[in-house]
Design a protein around this ligand. Structure first.
Ligand SMILES: Nc1ncnc2c1ncn2[C@@H]1O[C@H](COP(=O)(O)OP(=O)(O)O)[C@@H](O)[C@H]1O
Ligand SMILES: [Mg+2]
Length: 256
């Protein structure tokens, strides 16, 4: 019998970054320049689950902002799903973000005094989805994160973990290929953090590529691959298991 084709076995490049550098210039003076990234090259395949660790100030968020097309590198090339990002104008960056990327932040970044449902609908407003579709898809996304019964609640009427679930529903509602989560559990207790990681793993099993930044080893342990940053460079790049093996394990629900 032949092997069953497994989508996760076919290695498709999602992120291809070459020699990225980022220099922040404070007040224009050269002596004030901060070299946040110093020649970072990175290749991430579609369907992977990657954790980024490293001390505060080592360049993790700077990299996430570039991977997320929120900011451009000072030098270097970045291709996302084959598209050359480094030469894009602001409107093209907004478009690729909206089509391909879902963001999750440490402080949830939900609109206050706005229901969970409306928060989740927002990326679809930007994408030009009509109201009926928006409503349906937002409800489906909230159901996927187990919060359909809270859809009329505002953020202040939800726990931290529930707010982060709403933020994840918002991140996935445009069916992105890539979820970027910068310290998604940084404001949560350890039990809730594990629940959020379980949810991100479920999305990974369903085919989304997940990249998270974390300070905690037990959070990074959920990922297949771990990168460590120091002073704007990747100083460690380890794989817990081969990619093909990961696909099989997560599908059985046995990872991590
Ligand atoms: N917008 C900015 N302007 C100037 N310096 C910045 C800016 N963002 C980050 N930095 C600096 O760049 C370096 C890397 O920051 P960051 O990527 O946020 O690190 P991390 O997320 O690993 O804590 C730090 O020295 C930080 O102070
Ligand atoms: Mg950071």
């Amino acid at each position: 019998m032949q092997d069953t084709p497994n989508a996760l076995n076919a290695l498709t490049t999602l992120i291809q970054a070459h020699n990225l550098s980022k220099v922040y210039r404070m007040g224009g003076g050269v002596e004030q320049a901060v070299h946040a990234l110093r020649g970072v090259s990175l290749h991430i395949v579609q369907g992977d689950f990657v954790a980024i660790m490293g001390a505060s100030g080592s360049g993790k968020s700077t990299l996430m902002n570039i991977l997320g097309c929120l900011d451009l590198p000072t030098q270097g090339q970045y291709h996302l799903a084959g598209e050359a990002v480094e030469s894009m104008a602001q409107d093209q960056l907004a478009s690729i973000r909206n089509r391909r990327i879902g963001f999750v932040f440490q402080q949830f970044n939900l609109l206050p005094r706005t229901s969970a449902l409306e928060n989740v609908e927002l990326p679809m407003v930007y994408a030009g989805v009509n109201a009926t579709q928006r409503h349906e898809r937002a409800r489906a996304a909230l159901e996927r994160v187990g919060l359909l019964d809270r859809c009329e609640h505002t953020p202040s009427e939800l726990s931290g973990g529930q707010q982060q679930r709403v933020a994840i529903a918002r991140a996935l509602v445009n069916q992105p290929q890539l979820i970027l989560a910068d310290e998604p559990t940084g404001a949560l207790d350890s039990q809730t953090s594990q629940d959020i990681m379980r949810l991100l793993t479920e999305l990974n099993v369903q085919g989304m590529t997940v990249v998270i930044v974390t300070h905690e080893a037990d959070i990074a342990a959920w990922a297949r691959r771990k990168l460590v940053f120091r002073d704007g460079q990747i100083v460690e790049d380890t794989e817990r298991m081969p990619f093909a093996h990961w696909g099989t394990l997560v599908k059985r629900g046995t990872a991590p």
